[in-house]
Design a protein around this ligand. Structure first.
Ligand SMILES: C[S@@+](CC[C@H](N)C(=O)[O-])C[C@H]1O[C@@H](n2cnc3c(N)ncnc32)[C@H](O)[C@@H]1O
Length: 213
């Protein structure tokens, strides 16, 4: 009897949490708009996140190589940054550009704690990247694109800074209220002069890679 009661309580708790989350998701998607506030950055580092957005498997798909200059646009507190820095290695670097100074401060703190020297955070808007033309080997955005109001302008900037043959990757997850559907991402990127290089599924989401056509 006690086991049945415990199970019932568990089901109830999961159901209540799911209801709250669904409410939050719809409110964020169709209500407030704009970037996730830095005060909610903890959600991006939640211990359950690896179940739906595994770090190593995701970064593996971005086509990063040792020695690369990689651009991480919208790193937030840096859930993926350390792994990207590890892959490009000491000869490479990850430039991390985020709109919110508070996110960049959090990222700097975490990089210092982990003694990562080849990741370089700075505040910047996706539509005005402080980078030279054709200076980046690969760029990636994880659950960021939906927060950028002028997406074509951001894609034009990404196209400008990528070297010829450079890889642009997007990873999207349904748990994010700003989730971008695959078809609309593909259409948007094609309209901005990119062609699809590859696509793979993940729990509750996908990663899609492009190169300039
Ligand atoms: C949902 S968070 C994702 C953070 C990180 N990529 C991750 O998956 O954990 C989106 C991030 O993109 C940033 N962002 C939103 N709009 C941006 C813009 N126009 N330019 C640069 N960064 C932006 C936000 O500040 C936020 O840190």
């Amino acid at each position: 009897m006690r086991t049945v009661k415990a199970l019932f309580a568990l089901v109830l708790a999961v159901w209540a949490l799911a209801t709250v989350y669904v409410f939050y998701w719809f409110r964020e998607r169709y209500g407030r708009g704009g970037p996730i506030p830095a005060s909610q950055a903890g959600v991006l580092l939640h211990p359950l996140r690896p179940w739906i957005h595994p770090v190593r498997e995701t970064v593996e798909k971005f086509g990063l190589k040792p020695g690369d200059t990689a651009l991480e646009l919208g790193p937030g507190p840096g859930y993926f940054t350390a792994e990207a820095a590890r892959v490009v290695g000491p000869e490479g670097r990850v430039v991390c550009l985020d709109l919110q100074p508070e996110m960049i401060a959090m990222l700097r703190e975490r990089l210092d704690e982990q003694v990562i020297a080849n990741a370089h955070p700075a505040v910047s808007d996706a539509t005005k990247l402080p980078l030279a033309d054709r200076s980046v080997d690969a760029a990636f955005l994880v659950t960021v694109l939906g927060e950028i109001p002028d997406r074509p302008a951001a894609l034009a900037e990404l196209r400008r800074v990528l070297k010829p043959g450079g890889v642009l990757s997007f990873s999207e997850n349904l748990a994010d209220p700003d989730y971008q559907f695959q078809a609309s991402l593909r259409d948007l990127c094609r309209a901005s002069g990119f062609e699809v290089l590859g696509h793979s599924r993940q729990p509750l989401g996908y990663t899609m890679c492009f190169t300039a056509s």
